[in-house]
Design a protein around this ligand. Structure first.
Ligand code: 3HC
Ligand code: NAI
Length: 653
């Protein structure tokens, strides 16, 4: 088999080219190829060496598929030490995304140049890891302690220009990267430029209290996660120990992370997210419909955020509301959200203005005559939705995709009121829709393949993680939430307090405990939904007695200032003895003897409730695969990524 790494001499410069599609990951064959090439370059008549990559990107990291499998030499840290030890100037030429082990390779080179469009970063923390091939030791020597910690702990890539500003890139090359890198290599040779090994540089001065400060912040922000704390320790080692000793500390901490269940969970999610975008039985060649304009019906909680998601991707949106007043209200929420993003430094004022400019409004459905896609986000009322789809069928052009953001309703029944059910699909966004990453794409019985393929591709364009769901009440995510909610109510009646349930789940890693979630969503929503059901459909009264009592006492959750908790003006929850009494009384009336319940039992029963429903969803073919369910829970419901999602967690148990 030919090597994915080629070496050739061009005018006395040794050019090492890595060509390992799709992202030039550092597989064993690439590591071996790099070692062979640098060994050859060290021995031949070359004056300098350029490391360059074919395809869409410089090396995007270690090969994650090899993690957890038996190790095969050469190891990356040793390879990078060999590259750094080369007695001739080594220049890394970066384009695309130089990430993780890829950027560590560049840091082991003596000089780094990049296209202005390149991005660099050390995203290992997102896989529950730390940079493990010298990155934690070389970066602080070039960029200082603070910038390095920020880079490693956030895991977010930065543009080449910014990297140049902090000393991680030496030169930006406009035009052809390889030509530019070769010309620069020749110039360095003719200037007799020194060989600059980052390992030999001293860490710039820093405030030694930074490490404890960082640890304090992480104790809150990354509670229970191993990698962020280990990152701080590795950088502290870089700042206080000789390079070789620091490297040994980095290796030990890296291996601890690699062997942790946290990293296993996060690696699972990395591949699960990518797998979720693939639809079984749908060929890659399925044609896609162009989507250059979008209509959103309803400018409420969801409509505004949905409109922003498209505008942020440069797609113009027409928002339809019921009256001028409602339209102005919807548009002003959008306005406020953009102003908030500017204030928090998330986007520039110019970008916000440009996006805002892409959203227009109307109260006339005729404004939707030419759009390529319409997303309905009006009240959760099946008759209203059907009425709107009848109207859409009348006004929209042939081939327009008609989507509903319904949380629970039957997408097939909505499609059936149109003469074009093949163009109808569910696009279930999560609140706030311009921020939450998840999009459940609900495939109706008659949804056409090209409609599904178009929506899956569009999801990527608007930076959402899409998961396909079949039609059922609540689709994947909300359907699983029902048994989770019911079990929460049983736990309260059997002896746990709201704050015990919430803190048990939050300490385990959930972003928010279930009762705080219900208070946030509004207890009246479930109450109203139950009113429409027969006693039989409602099920065991134990599973809804307490929320019914709360709503009847005017406690609707955050919106009314109290629910399971009382809220102050900053929405801070405080436990309320009145609620405890209410629970106690309900338990007595329902004949339940209360007892001590452990945190472990709470976690066990609540996670099992999710997993049991997840299994049914799989068996019924509502979800394509178990890992899709994990993606839904991580990106839509605040399930901890370090647990890998409910189904992965259950498999591990
Ligand atoms: N290893 C193995 N496969 C990888 C990979 C990696 N590091 N990075 C991406 N891939 C695969 C994906 O699984 C996907 O495969 P598929 O087509 O079969 O589904 C394919 O490459 C394309 O990936 P994306 O769909 O994500 O493509 P994008 O263009 O959207 O994004 C990217 C490209 C920004 C490079 C993104 O893939 C990414 O962020 N990759 C991970 C980068 C990373 O985490 N690197 C650090 C690894 S850990 C490390 O280096 C440890 C070291 O410190 C020792
Ligand atoms: P909302 O009540 O905040 O907004 C609905 C908007 O639709 C209102 O502004 C209303 O004036 C408008 N509207 C009503 N009839 C209309 C018509 N005929 N034409 C045009 N506009 C009309 O509701 P929300 O929360 O935004 O929910 C909308 C949909 O999204 C529902 O189906 C809901 O189930 C779903 N959803 C809600 C989520 C949430 O967290 N709020 C999450 C995911 C989905």
């Amino acid at each position: 088999m030919s090597s994915p790494v080629q070496y050739e001499l061009q005018d006395n410069i040794g050019v090492i080219t890595v060509d390992n599609p799709p992202v030039n990951a550092l597989s064993q064959a690439v590591r071996q190829g790099l070692l062979d090439a640098i060994t050859q370059a060290t021995r031949d008549e070359s004056d300098a060496v350029v490391i360059f990559c074919a395809g869409r990107t410089f090396i995007a990291g270690a090969d994650i598929k090899e993690f957890g499998k038996p190790f095969k030499a050469p190891g990356l840290p040793d390879l990078l030490n060999t590259i750094e030890a080369c007695p001739k100037p080594v220049i890394a030429a970066l384009h695309g995304t130089a990430l993780g082990g890829g950027f560590e390779t560049a840091l082991a080179a003596h000089y780094r140049c990049a296209l202005p469009s390149a991005k660099v970063g050390l995203p290992e923390v997102k896989l529950g890891l730390l940079p493990g091939a010298g990155g934690t030791q070389r970066t602080p020597r070039l960029a200082g302690v603070k910038a390095s910690l920020d880079l490693f702990v956030s895991g977010a890539p930065i543009p080449a220009g910014q990297a140049q500003g902090i000393g991680l890139i030496d030169k930006i090359i406009d035009g052809d990267l390889l030509d530019g890198a070769l010309a620069w290599a020749k110039a360095l040779v003719s200037e007799n430029a020194p060989i600059r090994r980052s390992s030999e540089q001293a860490v710039p001065d820093y405030d030694p209290s930074i490490f404890d400060e960082y640890r304090r912040t992480l104790a809150k922000r990354a509670r229970g996660q191993m990698a962020p704390g280990h990152i701080v320790s590795a950088v502290e080692a870089a700042a206080t120990l000789p390079f070789d000793e620091g490297l040994a500390v980095e290796r030990r901490l890296f291996m601890e992370c690699m062997q942790s269940p946290q990293s296993a969970g996060m690696r699972h999610i990395f591949f699960a997210e990518r797998q979720a975008s693939k639809v079984d039985g749908l060929s890659k060649a399925t044609p896609r419909r162009p989507v250059d304009s979008v209509g959103v019906i309803g400018g409420g909680t969801m409509g505004g955020g949905i409109a922003m998601s498209f505008a942020n991707a440069g797609i113009p949106v027409t928002m339809i509301e019921i009256s001028d007043e409602a339209l102005q209200r919807g548009l002003s929420i959008v306005e406020r959200n953009y102003a908030g993003s500017v204030k928090r430094g998330k986007i520039s004022e110019e970008k916000a203005a440009a996006c805002r400019g892409l959203i227009s409004g109307s109260t006339d459905y005729a404004a939707l005559a030419d759009v390529d896609l319409v997303i309905e986000a009006v009240f959760e009322d099946p008759d209203l939705k059907k009425k709107i789809f009848t109207q859409l069928d009348a006004v929209c052009k042939p081939g327009a995709i008609l989507a509903t953001n319904t949380s629970y309703q039957d997408v097939d029944a909505i499609a059936a009121v149109t003469a074009r059910p093949e163009d109808v699909i569910g696009m279930h966004f999560f609140s706030p829709a311009h921020i939450m990453k998840l999009l459940e794409v609900v495939r109706g019985e008659k949804t056409a393949d090209d409609v599904l393929a178009t929506v899956m591709a569009l999801a990527k364009k608007i930076r959402k993680v899409a998961v396909v769901s079949g039609v059922c009440y609540g689709f994947i995510g909300n359907r699983m939430l029902r048994p989770y909610g019911k079990t929460t109510q049983l736990l309260l009646l059997e002896g746990a307090s709201p704050q015990q349930v919430d803190s048990a789940m939050e300490n385990w890693g959930m972003a928010m405990g279930p009762l705080r979630v219900f208070d946030l969503a509004g207890l009246d929503i479930g109450y109203k939904a139950r009113e429409a059901l027969s006693n039989e459909q409602k099920g065991d009264p134990k599973t809804y007695r307490v929320p019914d009592l709360l709503v009847e006492a005017g406690r609707l959750g955050q919106k009314s200032g109290s629910g399971f908790y009382v809220y102050d003006e900053n929405r801070k929850p405080t436990p309320d003895p009145v609620v405890d009494e209410m629970i106690q009384k309900a338990a007595e009336e329902l004949g339940i003897e209360r007892r001590e319940i452990s945190d472990d039992e709470i976690v066990d029963r609540l996670v099992s409730a999710l997993v049991d429903e997840g299994r049914k969803i799989l068996e019924e073919g509502i979800a394509q695969r178990s890992s899709d369910i994990d993606v839904v829970y991580i990106y839509g419901y605040g399930f901890p990524a370090s647990r890998g999602g409910p189904m992965f967690y259950a498999d591990q148990q």
